[in-house]
Design a protein. Structure first.
Length: 118
C-alpha cells in the first residue's frame, strides 16, 4: 500500500487548508485511514481517523475545527482544517490500517508540511 498526501502549505491564523491522501497498490481490506501530525520537538500525535464505514474520531483539540472524510471509491481520505492556529503547525502524516486474516498492517504517507503564521 502506498499513500500519497497533498494539500499542505502556508496559511495565516484563522485560515483553512484541505489535505488529501490517496491510497494505491494492494488496497483491499483497508479499515481505518486518518492523520497524525508531528511538530518540531514533539511526539507524533493523532489528529483524526475514519473507518471504512464512516465512524470518526478526533483529538480533543481538533474537534469542531477539523473534519475528516473519506471516499472509499477513490481510496482517498480528506482532512478539512478550519480556524487554523499557529500551534497546528506540523508535518501531517496520513496513515492506513489494513487487516488481513486478523493481522493489522500500518502504512504511512510521506508527510505534508502545514505552517500557520500568526
Amino acid at each position: 500500500v502506498q499513500l500519497q498526501a497533498f494539500g499542505g502549505g502556508l496559511v495565516q491564523a484563522g485560515g483553512y487548508l484541505r489535505l488529501s491522501c490517496a491510497a494505491s497498490g494492494s488496497i483491499f481490506s483497508i479499515n481505518t485511514m486518518g492523520w497524525y501530525r508531528q511538530a518540531p520537538g514533539k511526539q507524533r500525535e493523532l489528529v483524526a481517523g475514519i473507518t471504512s464505514s464512516g465512524s470518526t474520531n478526533y483529538a480533543d483539540s481538533m474537534k469542531g475545527r477539523f473534519t475528516i472524510s473519506r471516499d472509499n471509491a477513490k481510496n482517498t481520505v480528506y482532512l478539512q482544517m478550519n480556524t487554523l492556529r499557529p500551534e497546528d503547525t506540523a508535518v501531517y502524516y496520513c496513515y492506513a490500517d489494513q487487516e488481513i486474516a486478523t493481522r493489522h498492517y500500518d502504512y504511512w504517507g510521506q508527510g505534508t508540511q502545514v505552517t500557520v503564521s500568526s
